[in-house]
Ligand binder design. Structure first.
Ligand code: ADP
Length: 642
């Protein structure tokens, strides 16, 4: 096939409506997913805020109880006579008085379970301490650099987290100025309690979510993870950090880590992203997590607690809800599609059913019309058949009448001969019966009896002449039986006996031997033969030699041919052409009707045979009667004859 005749692939059909529909569907999916995500996220964050807030409450309460349980101790120290005596005493006596004050403070400390209690003189030097028995005690230490000192020496109670240089253990310091009523309420010393925050730290580390406490300088005091301790919340200048470290943290390095978080302190909290290098410290997953940071100021302190909540579960849940919403929308759409499809199918089925019904109706209507047409046609046919049957019956009756008429015509022709035949025995009967009367009158009964005997024989002879005529003339329907063709020829010839004799016709009968049996009606065959013999006698009337011969031969299979040949005047061309036409005759009016051969052929055809005519060899005419042989079913199986 040439290349240019190859079928080209049909270009994909662009269906703008379908594309638009798909785009709208996609947009709906995205919108629903987005809305579901945002709604779920909003709910999740709200819940997270509530939980964080609750956590903050718990943490704040824990810190408060832990820190403030020692807040009232400085008041007790202020009232202690040992301490007051020590602070009022001149320097040279202080060594003695210090020991008592130390013991008092130690006892108090032992009873309260662990915090360090000490007293500063107005210059900020430790003059009495509960840890006096330890080698690294605070006695003599100058704590005037600590922020609480500045407040307390000015008569203001102070509290804050700090690390002193003697013992780098961080703690919460409560400082109360001690005033002397004897010296006009002048500040003569400062009572300080240092609360350890170890217990708090321990609890703090148990936090699942990151949490931290920052002081007013933005320095992380306590954190989970613990590595964040001393980190700064926001970036601070080196000088500031050093100053705070010096004043509050005993030279501890601060701000090595910057969390880079700006807290807004609202109830809403802040979504924060921790610096990359810190994420690994929070948990094993060091991805780009965002946290909800919720903070709260601790009452009575300058501290702030910050709790971080991982936003990831909320995001995962929101994504799940978003996927579920999309799936629900998908299910909804599928359901809608399914029900639409079902409706369409049902509609299709309904349409098909309606169509089928319509087709059925149309078919039924057509069928009804056709049936009506057919029944009309059948009625017509039946009428026609009936008419034809009637016509056939009429025809048959007419034919029967014709046959009968033809018979009677033949009988009429025979009448002269028969009359002649009968006149002889009748005359003899008349003479003999008159003689018999004469003889009886004479008393010669024997001769009279002989005469009457002869009269009887003659009457019987007359009967013999009349009986075949009666049989011939009988009007009977055609019934086929096995008929001996030779006998039928004899019966027909018998009727013409007087004429044959009178005209001196030489008759040649069928050769005797085994009889020729045909399957026909004997009476009808005889009628045909009578007709043929009558015609032959007419044709031979003027002939010098009169010969009438009959011969039977086996024609085609299952057929006998009986030939009747005469030596008459023969058949002219015209006669041969019109021989079997009704009313064709060459005879004088009153001598022939021209129906004999027509009826004869009809009779034979009705019997299953035929009648043929041809000129005879030499002179004369030859008629062949074809007759069906006896059917095999009628033949007896043993003999092969009927
Ligand atoms: P019909 O004898 O009344 O004329 P048919 O039908 O018997 O009617 O015969 C028709 C005619 O056929 C006869 O008139 C005659 O001319 C011719 N025909 C019949 N038989 C013979 C015969 N054997 N020889 C010559 N002509 C015959």
């Amino acid at each position: 096939m040439p290349e240019n005749l190859l079928p080209l692939p049909s270009p994909a059909r662009f269906r703008p409506r379908r594309v638009l529909g798909l785009t709208a569907l996609l947009a709906t999916f995205l919108l629903i997913s987005f809305l579901a995500y945002r709604t779920s996220e909003s709910y999740g964050l709200d819940r997270m805020r509530r939980e964080s807030s609750h956590q903050l409450d718990i943490l704040a309460a824990a810190i408060d109880s832990e820190v403030t349980r020692h807040a009232s101790i400085p008041s007790a120290i202020e009232l202690s006579p040992e301490v007051l005596t020590l602070l009022r005493a001149p320097d040279e006596r202080q060594d003695i008085l210090q020991a008592e004050a130390n013991r008092f403070l130690q006892k108090l400390n032992d009873r309260l379970g662990g915090p360090a209690i000490f007293v500063l003189d107005p210059e900020g030097r430790v003059v009495a301490s509960s840890d006096w028995i330890f080698s690294d005690n605070l006695l003599g230490a100058d704590l005037s650099y600590m922020p609480f000192y500045r407040d307390a020496v000015n008569g203001i109670p102070a509290r804050h987290y700090a690390v002193d240089h003697v013992r780098p253990e961080p703690g919460y310091y409560f400082a109360l100025p001690i005033r002397d009523e004897l010296q006009e309420w002048k500040v003569i010393g400062i009572a300080v309690v240092k609360s350890g925050i170890r217990e708090l730290e321990r609890r703090w580390l148990g936090q699942e979510a990151p949490a931290l406490i920052v002081d007013r300088n933005g320095i992380v005091l306590l954190a989970s993870p613990p590595e964040w301790r001393y980190a700064s919340l926001e970036t601070q200048s080196k000088d500031d950090l050093e100053r705070v470290s010096r004043e509050q943290f005993g030279g501890q390095q601060l701000g090595a880590i910057t969390l880079d978080i700006a807290l807004n302190g609202t109830d809403e909290g802040t979504l924060v992203r921790l610096p990359k290098h810190l994420r690994g410290e929070i948990g094993p997953v060091s991805d780009d997590r965002r946290y909800l940071a919720l903070s709260r100021n601790l009452p009575g302190t300058a501290w702030r607690i910050v709790v971080f909540s991982d936003r990831r579960p909320v995001a995962v849940q929101a994504a799940t809800h978003s996927a579920l919403a999309a799936a629900a929308l998908g299910c909804l759409l599928l359901g809608a599609l399914y029900s639409k499809q079902r409706r369409r199918l049902a509609r299709g089925r309904e349409d098909a059913r309606a169509m089928l019904e319509r087709a059925n109706l149309a078919l039924e209507q057509k069928f009804g019309e056709r049936t009506a047409d057919l029944s009309d046609a059948v009625d017509r046919l039946q009428r026609e058949v009936a008419e034809r049957q009637r016509a056939e019956e009429t025809l048959r009756a007419a034919q029967g009448e014709l046959v009968q008429a033809a018979k009677l015509a033949v009988l009429g022709q025979l009448a002269a001969g028969i009359t002649h035949e009968l006149s002889q025995p009748l005359g003899a009967i008349r003479t003999l019966s008159a003689n018999a009367i004469e003889f009886m009158q004479r008393g010669d009964l024997v001769t009279a009896g002989k005469n009457l005997g002869i009269v009887g024989q003659l009457a019987e002879q007359a009967g013999d002449i009349i009986t075949p005529l009666k049989t011939f003339a009988r009007k009977s329907p055609a019934v086929s039986t096995a008929v001996d063709v030779g006998q039928a020829v004899d019966s027909a010839l018998f009727l013409f006996e007087p004429q044959l004799r009178k005209q001196k016709v030489v008759v040649e009968r069928p050769t005797t031997g085994s009889p020729w049996i045909a399957w026909c009606d004997r009476n009808r065959l005889q009628q045909v033969l009578v007709n043929l013999i009558s015609n032959a006698l007419d044709a031979m009337a003027d002939s010098a030699e009169r010969r009438l011969s009959f011969s039977v031969t086996q024609a085609a299979a299952g057929e006998l041919a009986l030939a009747v040949t005469d030596s008459g005047l023969g058949l002219s061309e015209e006669a041969l052409e019109h021989l079997f036409e009704p009313f064709f005759t060459t005879k004088q009016p009153g001598e022939g009707l021209g129906l004999g051969l027509t009826i004869s052929r009809d009779i034979l055809r009705e019997l299953g045979g035929d009648l043929l005519a041809s000129p005879a060899a030499g002179a004369g005419a030859r008629f062949v009667i074809l007759l069906p042989a006896v059917p095999a079913a009628v033949l007896s199986p043993e003999e092969g004859t009927p």
